[in-house]
Design a protein around this ligand. Sequence first.
Ligand code: 13P
Length: 249
Amino acid sequence: MRRKLAAGNWKMNGLGAGLGELEELAQAHGDPAVDVLICPPATLLSRAADSVSNSTINVGGQDCHTGQSGAHTGDISAEMLRDAGATAVILGHSERREDHGESDELVRSKARTAIEASLTAVICVGESLAEREAANTLDIIGGQLAGSIPDIVTGENLVVAYEPIWAIGTGKVPTLEQIGEVHDFIRARLEKRFGAGVGRSVRILYGGSVKPGNAAEIFGVSNVDGALVGGASLKAADFSPIISALEAA
Ligand code: 13P
């Protein structure tokens, strides 16, 4: 059975003063029945790891370089994330793909490096509104999966996050049927490529405007193993009920 995962992506939000939210979360969910992962900005990573050290909550990065070290000003390696306390790293988020022109090939290379540094790679895929309206969603997702996931994955070190770009930060959420269609498709592609054993143990998260009010119904959809949450992960008061909804699912 796949253990469910509630993951928070703080994006470029959060200062030291905000770590109280994490402490509150760790107190409320010291030993949750699901995995909980918070990905703060890199500047907060080691302090965030300290804040949750008395709980089973994990912290992760939001990106890493393809290399292990070297002359890459401003970049962060997977090994550095691990050293700062991360157990996972988000890769290929649509904001990185758009803001930094990241290709599937680059994401695959980063994921390989991350996994070799003993991090779980949370690889994001998702279609734009134009792609959905042109009925190209599954083709786009299929291409991103084939291109972004390295061959070396196991059921434990890969998480796939389906994040339709048009649902991120917009308050718009696909219908439950649309979410189910994509998640079933991702599961089938994973099983086809990696075999049933690995394919069935990879967690598939939904991301895009997940809130306390819609989490429970989304968690009821087949092959939804949790969520990757942006805005509603910043405050314990918002993220805590999402964790509870996943525990109850
Ligand atoms: P929102 O939950 O703010 O829509 O963001 C989703 C997301 O991009 C998580 O990675």
